[in-house]
Design a protein around this ligand. Sequence first.
Ligand code: 1HN
Length: 348
Amino acid sequence: MSTVTKAQRADYYERIRPLHLAPLWESLHTLVPREPQTPCVPALWRYDEVIKPLLMQSASLITAEEAVRRVLVLENPALPGRACITQSLYAGLQLIMPGEVAPSHRHVQSALRFIVDGRGAYTTVEGERTTMVPGDFIITPSWAWHDHGNEGIDGVSEPVVWLDGLDIPMLRFFDAGFAENDEKRMQTVSHPEGQSFARFGHNMVPVRHDHATPTSPIFSYPYSRSREALAQLQKSEVPDAWQGHKLRYINPLTGGAPMPTIATFLQLLPKGFAGKAHRSTDGSVYSVVEGRGTAHIGGESFAFGPRDTFVVPSWAPLRLDTSEEAVLFSFSDRPVQLAMGVLREAFL
Ligand code: 1HN
């Protein structure tokens, strides 16, 4: 075989290419790398200085109605044009102005909303309306009808912005996406606000509800409740050296993640926290709710403040420091990796 030349191999590759054949031995190492080799890079989007002014400009260019959803997509800088922030997740910042309506539709893709700025908008999911305030985490399950509006609250009428997180790249990967527009612009509200939270949001569930759904029956996890839990923990336990006080949101029917494809978390880092580095195979998107600090991701450092969004690629070491007490929301594709038995984490 030592007499075989590079040219002979190249000639062979040329001959098999038109037959839609490829030599595995040329790509084996990149197909199964020794450790994750993500094309994604870490990045941070500043809200107050960059995103907010640009979103407000978009409002003078297009209405929510015409746009259907007026969103600035947060694209991973290394994956332009692909509408993804990691290989598996989509993220965007959506604006709805007072009086606007984002019309009713449904799709197979699951969505989360994390309210970033402003109050008085609502989303209606399967006939139940939820008013949004900053820090609330809201779910739109797969194939659930949803429309959004902004009618104001307590006399306040202001632009409302939230972070959308969807499993769009996963559905694209499986070529399993369907979508449908509603005949009505807005759904008829058929359940009183707060009904799903009353049924499922208090560590109790209705006795005659016995089937576990893959998506949490709670549409809205209010910030006031989650924040209170973190405040109590801060008084009573030592913060984890890597992640501070970190809780995961659950589907109360299963104890698993609120959505089959996306896990969500809320964590409190005390003022002056200097976290140890950790990494995991689930790349994560973070939204800063309160406080300031620095996220050291791989070899880069990003100063963060309220309403900023940043992305941590798969397997990139993350170290969090704070100069003020900080609260961070985050989401990742962890439930999918857990179902596949491939999730790995390292606390360094
Ligand atoms: C969508 O339906 C929403 O309902 C937001 O607010 C973002 C991105 C891609 C496809 C559908 C929404 C979306 C989306």
